[in-house]
Design a protein around this ligand. Structure first.
Ligand SMILES: O=C(O)CCC(=O)C(=O)O
Ligand SMILES: [Fe+2]
Length: 333
């Protein structure tokens, strides 16, 4: 049984705008370019709109807006307010990526996602590895990882360069009850130290601290629960990803490799818990990094570029009393 379309109770004040679900489990789109995020920032009910947007993103995983005029400063403001209005710690600000150079034209709180730039294409597909190796959630190597990310694409190839997202809620919900229980007791090490190696070879300093007092030092690794509770929805999500998660601490290394391999395939191979977005110029995607995964598609040769803001949330936790999305929505397993 698939879920009912996203209800007005989840859309809240955004239900006055036209929107539709891209798939049953993940992705909602506001197709009308008259709906502008920049206008949400100054509307009389601005806080209500932005809080409801954060709630919608947390429920639906990723939300798309068409042809947006939002500028860099506004994108940063939106990134900050999404988390602030949904209760994140006051010390969690916008992330400064370890290899974003402070002198970058747009400042160190913007990641330029570019087909030309070396930074965010570091290690990507240079060995012609499988495309499915790219699945990740942003910066999970940080002790305080991201709540929300906002990406606006301004330069696109005529065709190609789609982005895919997968639901961590649905990934959790599709596991058998005993496997769920087994995973709920476990923690895993996430590692982004390839960025340190990259910084050394490029002769740049690793940013420190990186948007929260806890995100400091040059060992880019952290231990997080394998199943994580999203504090906005209260739902449980799978929280290991192919790019950064290296080891389940409580298992032997062989067991860990085997379980992680299963979980990475579970995310990459269940295309019925994924959504794929074909970008148009100045489209914006906003996603919740706590309970979703995403991956780029390197199938084009023309230029492609966008600007990304990644905000920081809470230290990941697992609440044994939290519920599964399927349980709450009354969907059968
Ligand atoms: O380029 C893309 O499609 C996605 C890049 C990415 O992983 C991100 O913006 O966080
Ligand atoms: Fe990413």
């Amino acid at each position: 049984m698939s879920p009912a379309p996203t209800s007005d109770s989840v859309l809240g004040s955004l239900s006055v705008y036209n929107s539709y679900d891209k798939t049953p489990h993940i992705g909602t789109r506001f197709p009308d370019p008259a709906v502008q995020l920049s206008a949400f920032l100054t509307a009389p009910n601005s806080d209500e709109l932005i809080k409801d947007l954060a709630t919608l993103v947390s429920h639906r995983g990723v939300v798309f807006f068409s042809n947006q005029n939002i500028n860099i400063e506004q994108q940063k403001e939106l990134g900050t307010r999404l988390g602030e209005l949904t209760g994140k710690p006051a010390t969690s600000k916008l992330h400064r990526h370890p290899i974003t150079v402070a002198t970058a034209e747009l400042g160190d709180e913007i990641s330029v996602i570019s087909s030309k730039g070396a930074l965010f294409r570091a290690n990507v597909n240079k060995d012609k590895t499988r495309a499915s190796n790219g699945w990740h959630a942003d910066i999970t190597f940080e002790p305080i990882p991201s709540d929300y990310a906002i990406l606006k694409m301004h330069t696109l190839p005529e065709v190609g360069g789609d982005t895919l997202w997968a639901s961590g809620y649905e990934a959790y919900d599709r596991l058998s009850p005993v496997f769920k229980t087994f995973l709920e007791g476990l923690t895993a090490r996430h590692d982004g130290n390839f960025f340190v190696k990259f910084a050394e070879s490029a002769g740049i300093q690793v940013q420190d601290p990186r948007g929260a007092p806890e995100n400091t030092g040059t060992d880019l690794s952290a231990i997080h629960p394998v199943i994580r509770t999203n504090p906005v929805t209260g739902y449980k999500a799978l929280f290991v990803n192919k790019s950064f998660t290296k080891r389940i601490i409580e298992l032997s290394s062989d067991e860990s490799d085997w379980v992680l391999e299963y979980l990475f395939r579970h995310v990459a191979e269940n295309h019925d818990m994924q959504v794929r977005y074909r970008w148009s110029k100045n489209d914006v995607a906003i996603w919740d990094n706590r309970s979703n995964f995403h991956t780029a598609t390197h199938d084009y040769t023309q230029e492609r570029e966008g600007n990304r803001v990644v905000s920081l949330g809470e230290r990941p936790f697992f609440d044994p009393k939290s519920k599964s999305r399927r349980e709450v929505l009354g969907l059968q397993n």
